[in-house]
Design a protein around this ligand. Structure first.
Ligand code: ZN
Length: 249
């Protein structure tokens, strides 16, 4: 009598095919490009924003308002001065600085880029693109000159009381400093005004790290992109994007 081989009884050849198919599936998934819709990570729309003078994602804005009223009860006039920033806006800032440094100040493209990234981000890489990060001041005290200056947030500075209040209470509302005062931290300088809403920004950072930045800079025609070597981009990612407060990674 003729035996019928059960389905699971594969020949060597069939097993090889199955393994190969499984590998192809795994590898497609593993090397997958980030989902096509990555515009929300780059400041190119697709975020629901709230706010008038500055904007944040709805959930972040609600948390900000709660923190703001709690601060007010303690006599601090917490005020967000900068929230969401679009890719186009960051590109304007970048291209203006790049043009000035290379054409007016005569810096080489590489030196100009190094100079810009001490305080500004390459378009597409600003955390302000996410609608989760904001810069805060104390609107209840008089301060002159450029407000976002670390000296103003020192204990005796005009925003010293705000900083102390934020140190004690911001985390309870989901907000954390990103660019901390840690001498061994690389990347962007200390920014005592810049906070992120961790419940949303932490998962966004994970998604963000799957992006291919070189292609983005090239496709978006960011000035100077052709002078950004792979080593430069890798260093920028490790230092400027990832060397931040470990609590927000
Ligand atoms: Zn900021």
């Amino acid at each position: 009598m003729k035996k019928i081989a059960p389905l699971f009884c594969y020949s060597k050849y069939q097993r090889l095919i199955v393994c190969l198919a499984a590998f192809v599936l795994w590898s497609c998934h593993h090397n997958a490009q980030p989902s096509k819709n990555t515009s929300h990570l780059l400041g190119k729309g697709n975020l629901e924003l709230a706010g008038t003078t500055f904007q944040l994602q709805n959930e972040v804005y609600e948390a900000y308002l709660k923190m703001k009223s709690a601060a007010k009860e303690d006599g601090i006039e917490l005020l967000g001065v900068s929230g969401y920033r679009s890719f186009e806006r960051q590109k304007q800032i970048w291209n203006r600085k790049y043009t000035r440094f290379t054409q007016v100040e005569g810096l080489t493209p590489e030196k100009a880029i190094d100079k810009i990234i001490t305080y500004s981000t390459i378009p597409g890489t600003s955390r302000h693109h996410w609608g989760t990060d904001l810069d805060v001041i104390d609107n209840g005290v008089s301060a002159t000159g450029y407000l976002l200056d670390p000296k103003k947030y020192e204990e005796k500075g005009p925003f010293g009381a705000l900083k102390k209040w934020m140190d004690e209470h911001a985390n309870a509302f989901g907000f954390y400093l990103v660019y901390t005062q840690n001498p061994s931290r690389k990347g962007f300088y200390y920014e005592p005004w810049h906070y992120t809403y961790r419940p949303l920004s932490q998962p966004m950072l994970k998604e963000y790290m799957k992006l291919h930045f070189r292609e983005i800079f090239k496709n978006e025609n960011v000035l100077g992109y052709e002078y950004m070597s792979d080593a430069f981009i890798e260093k920028y990612i490790q230092e400027n994007i990832l060397d931040i407060n470990p609590l927000v990674k």
